[in-house]
Design a protein around this ligand. Structure first.
Ligand code: SF4
Ligand code: SF4
Length: 342
């Protein structure tokens, strides 16, 4: 991995160069609401953000996406949406969010192949930004991750005192920087050491940890435990925890339009809503909130580890920070661990 240095005052130039050749997405802040949006000008970006409220999964797996259009009742009128081919860059992704892409890859490019996601993923360069000051509920280190991890990223930037350390992780990242080498210089030993110390300090400030030891077999034995009723008692079923989660990927298909033209649209959905599993027959396999709260935990901490060999959580803590009734996923897993079962 090559380590380079970018002076802080050259960052706008780097960003402008990238955006002149690519569609650039970065963290923005509007009305106290942070999310990743297309950036046309360096000033639109908010790099002092800690963790965006909406994760950058929204770039590769859009909240609404038109799959095809049609004229109702007319045979052969279906016209598929074009598969996006634009070259894109997502800038300033936090390492925990970068990890979520490896989980989403298994969903959208595994047994089922989603051409929209696959094409966007292939044509997008992921540039990370080390988390110098993790938030109070962050727990990425639970998953052998780190606030300064370069896993799943093409380039990782770390803010030093005077510069950014730029680590080129993949060939894709190297190709992006080819025309920008004049802005960069080789990192000194001291700068590499400074980056190491920043990461170590950030790790030392992470106070929360999820104890996952033995959780998968334990969950097998407590499907009917009262814990799910007790947890669901507080839950208001708002779905915030799933919409903000970088690994959640439930969606629905809806046909919208008029008698003259229509479109099939994929929209984010949430397993916390009763309609999500409501069959056309009227039957609902998850009729009560308890069933849905339990499913959210089992999907991430039992079904994913069993089927994909990975826990579908990155430790970003969005579901903890934004749950309006303070349901805390670390506490729930702690309770699972503490329950005595024969
Ligand atoms: S379950 Fe919660 S902490 Fe884990 S990735 Fe999703 S939002 Fe983040
Ligand atoms: S954010 Fe909290 S209240 Fe809303 S659905 Fe999730 S657990 Fe329930």
């Amino acid at each position: 991995m090559e380590s380079l240095v970018l002076s802080k005052n050259k960052l706008p130039e780097l960003i402008n160069k990238i955006s002149s050749e690519h569609i650039l997405y970065g963290p923005t802040e509007e009305n106290n609401y942070s999310s990743f949006k297309q950036i046309l000008n360096f000033d639109e970006m908010n790099l002092s953000y800690l963790l965006s409220r909406v994760s950058p999964k929204s770039i590769l797996f859009k909240q609404t996406e038109t799959l095809f259009k049609f004229i109702p009742g007319r045979k052969g009128s279906v016209k598929s949406s074009e598969i996006p081919e634009e070259k894109s860059v997502i800038f300033a992704i936090r390492p925990c969010d970068a990890r979520s892409f490896s989980i989403l890859d298994g969903v959208f490019n595994g047994d089922y192949e989603d051409p929209f996601y696959i094409s966007k993923r292939k044509n997008t360069v992921l540039i990370g930004l080390t988390c110098n000051k993790p938030e109070q509920n962050c727990f990425c280190t639970t998953f052998d991750d780190s606030p300064g991890s370069s896993k799943n990223l093409d380039i990782l930037l770390t803010e030093l005192n005077n510069n950014y350390l730029v680590e080129v992780v993949t060939e894709k990242g190297n190709n992006l920087l080819k025309n920008m080498r004049s802005l960069l210089k080789e990192a000194s030993k001291e700068e590499i050491q400074e980056r190491k110390e920043i990461e170590e300090h950030a790790i030392s400030t992470i106070n929360r940890k999820m104890n996952l030891e033995g959780i998968v077999p334990k969950l097998d034995k407590m499907f009917d435990h009262e814990l799910w009723h007790n947890t669901a008692f507080k839950c208001i079923g708002c779905g915030i925890c799933t919409f903000l989660c970088p690994t959640c990927h439930c969606f629905d298909m809806q046909d919208e339009g008029t008698l003259k033209e229509g479109a099939r649209i994929r929209v984010w959905d949430s397993c916390m809503y009763p309609e999500y599993t409501h069959h056309a027959s009227g039957h609902n396999p998850r009729p009560a909130r308890m069933n849905r709260v339990r499913n959210r935990v089992y999907h991430k901490f039992s079904y994913f580890p069993k089927n994909e060999d990975v826990t579908a959580c990155t430790g970003c803590a969005r579901c903890i920070d934004y749950c309006p009734v303070n349901i805390d996923i670390i506490d729930v897993i702690d309770k699972v661990g503490a329950i005595l079962i024969e």
